[in-house]
Design a binder for this molecule. Structure first.
Ligand code: HEM
Length: 504
């Protein structure tokens, strides 16, 4: 068995850039950043990509109260998304609570219009299964762990400030199992466990749970800020309330973990599990030790009884309130969100160092252009893409391959210096075809059916069939492999002229 492989696919622009807009979102926005900056990054990204707002960042935990008041002057919106890490100490959690309180005071005196707070859906989780649970459930008492308890306490303060000073309207947007670029909790923990071959799944892992991509959650925050700032009946309905924003695709815990581990090059089977009874006995043992010696030594066992419940129970939430009050629908599907996350620089740093990255085409010229250095060199020869980095050192023509790396090297490759066998050697490095430029989109469906002879090109299946926006990307193009013209799009199918229907 060779080294584990990580498939590298090009993310189509339709996945990277969704058609989002936030009309009415005020101009001056303050965004908080905390020890887990995943959500902060996603919010800033959306603000920068889709709005003309001025964003100021406030570091929770290191900004003085006076500095906070200064930063809040002239702000219309506060997005308090700077989360503490899941394993924050009690001092860090206390500091987070104090700063949240100070931020609320400062926002109220600065006449900020909307204040949206990021919290976790598990503030209502008591340890029993939750299936399609609404955000209106009462907060759990006690909470499942100290982190959740701190966020629950912060939520109550946020709600108490709603309407203060006549101007401030507050709302809470909860997520569950946050992940995305810069995630400091979920992905790093899974990667570390995989490296140390420790368990990531307790019991069967069949418990269905929600996951929340940071981009989706950030989108919900902007919708909430906009709705609160707009005033009127919509704002009144939302003010003082909490909603849950997830990927809206609950999935068995094991399946998600397997997907992440595979994407990081550990193989989906790296999701090692431990029987529930064993994990329970261990957690009980740690609990007893912490109870007996906790006052003498600072003990923070990772496997607590609360954590065990979070890992093994069903926990998925109803998105009805977010949909009704914000018009929220997750812009990114879970498959898309995972691809984006796994290709982020932060996730690349978590990969199995022994894994080999295998590019899987087709690729656009823009993607090829990103690979033009000696340690990552792709070339185009006759409409096909070759990742030639391993050959650079052996090349009899030296560094000349880099002359046109990242671009079309056909002319140079067909030069007289190359013996016939160079073409054979080149094939070893083939990674996919070059995408043709989009054709006109006006050959709409109907014509295809009339001809009665359509076909899906069998050789160019999408990298992940669940990425529906793949269709948007390839619709209107000629199939790079068979040269067939796309003539129609039907739900999750592309139809090509010249054959039968097929499912993409
Ligand atoms: C098999 C024996 C080969 C020989 C003797 C050879 C020789 C050469 C020589 C002498 C040059 C020109 C160097 C210069 O102008 O300074 C060259 C350029 C180049 N070779 Fe090779 N080569 C071989 C195989 C390959 C293979 C297998 C590849 C691809 C994997 C390749 C890709 C290129 C490219 C892309 C250029 C530069 C073309 C440009 O300027 O755009 N060569 N090679």
């Amino acid at each position: 068995m060779g080294p584990p492989e990580i498939s590298y696919i090009e993310l189509p622009p339709s996945v990277l850039r969704k058609p989002l807009e936030y009309p009415g979102l005020p101009q001056e926005v303050l965004v908080t950043s905390g020890a887990n900056s995943c959500l902060t990054k996603a919010v800033l990204d959306l603000l920068q990509t889709y709005t003309a707002a001025n964003a100021t960042v406030l570091e929770v935990g290191s900004t003085s109260d006076a500095g906070m008041e200064e930063l809040l002057q002239g702000k219309d919106v506060v997005l308090h998304v700077g989360l503490p890490k899941a394993d924050a100490t009690s001092e860090e959690l206390n500091r987070f609570l104090q700063q949240t309180e100070a931020l609320l005071h400062a926002a109220s005196s600065a006449k900020v219009k909307s204040f949206v707070f990021a919290s976790v859906a598990s503030v209502v989780f008591t340890g029993s299964d939750l299936r399609a649970a609404g955000a209106d459930l009462p907060p759990a008492s006690p909470c499942i762990d100290a982190h959740t308890a701190a966020l629950s306490a912060a939520e109550q303060r946020v709600a108490a400030f709603n309407g203060r000073g006549g101007a401030l309207a507050t709302a809470v947007v909860r997520h569950h199992n946050l992940y995305g670029a810069g995630d400091a909790d979920l992905l790093p923990a899974l990667a570390q466990h995989a490296r140390e071959a420790r368990m990531q799944v307790v019991g069967g892992g069949d418990n269905v749970v929600d996951f929340s991509y940071a981009g989706n959650v950030a989108h919900a925050h902007l919708l909430a800020a906009r709705a609160l700032a707009a005033g009127g009946s919509d704002a009144a309905a939302l003010a003082g309330c909490a909603v849950v924003a997830t990927d809206a695709e609950p999935v068995p815990y094991r399946q998600f973990v397997g997907g992440v581990l595979e994407g990081l090059g550990y193989g989906s089977k790296a999701a090692t599990s431990v029987p529930y009874a064993v994990a329970f006995s261990l957690a009980l043992f740690f609990h007893a030790v912490a109870f007996m010696f906790g006052s003498v030594v600072a003990l923070r066992p990772r496997l607590t009884l609360g954590r065990l419940k979070s890992l093994t129970r069903f926990q998925y939430y109803s998105g009805a309130a977010a949909h009704e009050l914000l018009g929220y629908h997750p812009p990114w599907s879970r498959a898309e969100a995972l691809q984006i996350t796994l290709q982020s620089a932060d996730a690349r740093a978590l990969r199995n160092p022994a894994a080999r990255v295998r590019p899987v085409g087709p690729f656009s010229a823009a993607e090829v252009a990103r690979h033009r250095t000696a340690d990552d060199a792709w070339i185009i020869v006759d409409g096909k893409v070759y990742a030639v980095t391993p050959y650079l050192e052996q090349h009899p023509g030296g560094d000349a391959i880099l002359n046109n790396a990242g671009a079309d090297s056909s002319a140079g490759f067909h030069g007289p210096q190359h013996p016939a066998q160079a073409a054979e050697v080149l094939q070893e490095f083939y990674v996919g075809d070059l995408l043709q430029e989009p054709l006109r989109k006006d050959m709409q469906g109907g014509a295809a059916e009339a001809r009665g002879a359509e076909q899906r090109c069998g050789t160019c299946a999408p990298p992940d069939p669940s990425i529906s926006s793949y269709i948007n990307e390839y619709w209107g193009r000629r199939c790079p492999n068979a040269g067939l013209q796309t003539v129609q799009q039907r739900s999750n199918r592309l139809v090509f002229a010249g054959g039968e229907w097929g499912t993409v």
